[in-house]
Design a protein around this ligand. Sequence first.
Ligand SMILES: NC(=O)c1ccc[n+]([C@@H]2O[C@H](COP(=O)([O-])OP(=O)(O)OC[C@H]3O[C@@H](n4cnc5c(N)ncnc54)[C@H](OP(=O)(O)O)[C@@H]3O)[C@@H](O)[C@H]2O)c1
Length: 270
Amino acid sequence: MINKNIAIIGAGNLGQAIAKGLLASRIINAQQLILSRRHLSKIKNFEKEGVRITQDNKEAVKNSDIIILSVKPYKFDEVIEEINPFLTADKILISVVTGIDIKKIKNSLSKEISIFRAMPNTAIAIQESMTCISADKASDTNIEWVTKIFDQLGKTAIIDDELMDAATVLAASGIAFALRYIRASMQAGVEIGFHSDLAQLIAAQTVKGASDLILQSGHHPEKEIDKVTTPLGITITGLNQMEFKGFSSSVIKGVLESYNKIVKIKNDKK
Ligand SMILES: NC(=O)c1ccc[n+]([C@@H]2O[C@H](COP(=O)([O-])OP(=O)(O)OC[C@H]3O[C@@H](n4cnc5c(N)ncnc54)[C@H](OP(=O)(O)O)[C@@H]3O)[C@@H](O)[C@H]2O)c1
């Protein structure tokens, strides 16, 4: 348990996923959580659990120690301006807003406070996110608080803020890239004899197992691949065919193009 009140400003998809993860992990109890958005009817279910819900961002900030800002990027300026007077030096601000760097967040505030940026992915809804976190002038204790929160929601890594765009592509877009592999695998599975449902189960659990092998052992993927590729065997034939068709280079190219697009969008805005 942590003895801090947490406000989530902008309790939409991601904000609610964070809220659910925090409640499920029992790191805080429902009374320590405040959710804010304009359409309260959409978060009534949280109120039944004892969570405070409000349309008043200022009140939410005043009554919290840690504020998680989770509005869409185009709402950032409006909401930060509204809550700025209430962000006192003792509070911690965590922004999950895509594309707004720590420098911009800092310039939007009138006081020096602990600022964090966090980039989770949609697996946060099942507490399996990969969340990259960057910080500005945060004490070790505050870094510990913030890491503790996101550790309940998956795995975390502290990175330089300059790497946040790269983290957005590799972890947030990365979910879609991995799912596309699963879909392709399913399509092939149907062609070699499985019904779609079973092909989905086999493809998804196989990818989960592959991930866990790496995460639990710390091995390089190739070490685990070597265990499956018997000389003259069937796996190496399939793998080599995929590589002839550009599997690794397609993935690398896709990641690079997504990254280049983020950089271009940022440069165009300057
Ligand atoms: N979804 C992801 O996987 C993911 C991953 C990493 C980062 N992000 C980032 O996280 C942020 C939120 O994404 P999302 O997918 O959760 O978007 P979302 O579902 O649209 O949630 C944003 C919420 O903000 C609320 N809002 C709008 N104006 C507000 C105001 N003035 N005061 C308080 N709340 C307000 C909206 O609800 P009302 O209209 O009811 O106010 C809306 O539900 C975005 O910046 C996104 O880029 C998302």
